[in-house]
Design a binder for this molecule. Structure first.
Ligand code: AMP
Length: 481
């Protein structure tokens, strides 16, 4: 099967050739003719299968007819995260290099004014995260009644992130007669219900899920004490000892751990950037670009922030936490060992992780070997609790008022609120070290002598002393005792 057989326009075919793609992926081969035939499509496919081009290429072909009108986008693509949205824009730019189409991106963390002026000029393709799209709509700057084609991408992620009510609202705002393309990596009953609601007589296309992991990836479990400082120490040792480490992504389950771990690694001389949902758009893009270009060899990331990102193959993946969802494990380690290259994936496992680990091994259908002995081989020292003072500190950090109890997801459930609450991060310090006592360039793997360094944190390390976190209670003058 070649791209030329799919019914795409000459302009699109030319751009595909320029991209160097010769053969359509299974989802492209199956979806493109149906999209061009104006059918609704339900695509069960993960990122990495080429699904972005499966909708971008036929959309470009179809958009060659007709013109955009002010404030009335012709097509709308909904994405759960800003990075995924930005990636779709890149796809439109790459494959649409021979077209004169207006593509606009509506995501949080970017000024409304620039986005407004683009919409006012008329857009052929509007790519948006749901919260920001509704913000624009409510400000009266956007009309969705001209949308001919709607793409809902990563629907199961939208569900995880609490976006479904927003999506349902948006779907009511676009014409009933539109064409709808709906993609999801998994089809739990709730997603199936949405698909039934949103799609008219869809063609269902399912491409193989990467439930099995590539054979080119060496997977290892590393037993560790379960406390944060013990895991950080284990991780540092692991990175320093890793063979052929060119670049690596370190995954954490929670976004606040991403920031803390990045700081700690940086304090220990590693050149490392962070990627998590509380960073503003510019900081996220800067971190990603620096990692992609090789300037920063290590990236600490959360699942949501990293999901679906088009990051070239990395040599190593480190799971600082065992993921709660087994599928996340497959996604994480799929960052390495791409295109037949070899890669290594190390997962830190402490007491309490046994259940999540069993779910992963059951999903991938094989046990994962231990690097140097399983949990039963941990020494008493590895298992010992932290000194009392530090324990208190960690506990106070966990008990911070601004972090909802039990919050384990990367993005809060109410995305509108999350959007409003996003803080503007200071730009990441991605290069060099803070400590004057240990001046040396900071490679991914610090020189050997670093191994002899004491493992103590520098300064406050990643910790915030308890007294700094204690709420200040101001007494009113007339307060009775
Ligand atoms: P996606 O699943 O859309 O995130 O795509 C994953 C990766 O596959 C991206 O880096 C695309 O550039 C690449 N890709 C998409 N289509 C093809 C193709 N037909 N042949 C080779 N690579 C492709």
């Amino acid at each position: 099967m070649s791209f030329a057989e799919l019914g795409l326009s000459d302009k699109v075919l030319q751009a595909v050739t320029e991209s160097g793609y010769t053969t359509p992926t299974p989802i492209q081969a199956q979806a493109i003719p149906h999209v061009l035939g104006r059918r609704d499509v339900l695509g069960v496919a993960q990122t990495g299968t080429g699904k972005t081009a499966a909708f971008t290429l036929p959309m470009l072909t179809m958009l060659e007819q007709g013109r955009a009108r002010a404030r009335m986008p012709r097509t709308l693509v909904l994405e759960p995260t800003r990075e995924l949205a930005a990636q779709v824009v890149e796809n439109f730019e790459r494959y649409g290099s021979n077209h004169k189409l207006n593509v606009a991106l509506l995501i949080g963390g970017v000024s409304f004014a620039d986005q407004d002026s683009k919409i006012t000029r008329g857009v052929d393709v509007l790519i948006a995260t749901p919260g920001r799209l509704l913000d624009h709509f409510e400000r009266g700057k956007l009309l969705l009644s001209g949308v001919e084609l709607l793409v809902i991408d990563e629907a199961d992620r939208m569900l995880d992130m609490g976006f479904i009510p927003d999506i349902e609202r948006i779907v009511k705002l676009v014409p009933f007669t539109r064409q709808t393309l709906f993609f999801s990596a998994t089809m739990p009953p709730e997603i199936q219900r949405l698909a039934d609601d949103f799609l008219h007589n869809p063609v269902r296309i399912e491409v193989a899920r990467p439930a099995s992991t590539a054979s080119t990836i060496t997977q290892r479990l590393v037993a560790t004490g379960a406390e944060g400082h013990q895991k950080r120490k284990t991780l540092r040792k692991l990175i320093r000892a890793a063979e052929d480490l060119k670049n690596g992504i370190i995954f954490c389950n929670r976004k606040r751990d991403v920031a803390q771990l990045q700081k700690s690694l940086s304090n220990h001389g590693f050149t490392v950037a962070a990627l998590h949902g509380d960073m503003d758009q510019r900081a996220r893009m800067a971190a990603l670009d620096a990692f992609r270009s090789g300037e920063i060899p290590l990236l600490v990331a959360s699942d949501v922030a990293a999901r679906g990102l088009d990051i070239p193959a990395v040599s190593h993946v480190f799971n600082f936490d065992v993921p709660h969802h087994a599928e996340d494990y497959v996604h994480r380690i799929g960052r390495t060992g791409r295109a037949g290259r070899s890669g290594a994936a190390f997962t830190l496992v402490g007491r309490g992780d046994e259940k999540s680990l069993a779910a992963i091994e059951s999903l991938i259908g094989q046990p994962i070997g231990w690097e140097a002995g399983d949990l039963s081989t941990l020494s008493a020292d590895d298992e010992s609790d932290e000194p009392r003072a530090r324990r208190g500190r960690e506990r106070s950090t966990r008990g911070r008022r601004d972090e909802p109890r039990g919050e384990r997801r990367d993005e809060p459930r109410n995305p509108r609120r999350a959007e409003a609450e996003r803080r503007v991060d200071a730009p990441n310090r991605v290069r060099g070290r803070r400590s004057e006592e240990r001046p040396r360039p900071a490679p991914a793997r610090p020189p050997r002598e670093a191994d002899a360094m004491p493992e103590a944190e520098i300064g406050l390390g990643g910790h915030i002393p308890a007294f700094l976190l204690r709420p200040i209670v101001l007494k009113k003058k007339n307060d009775q005792e």
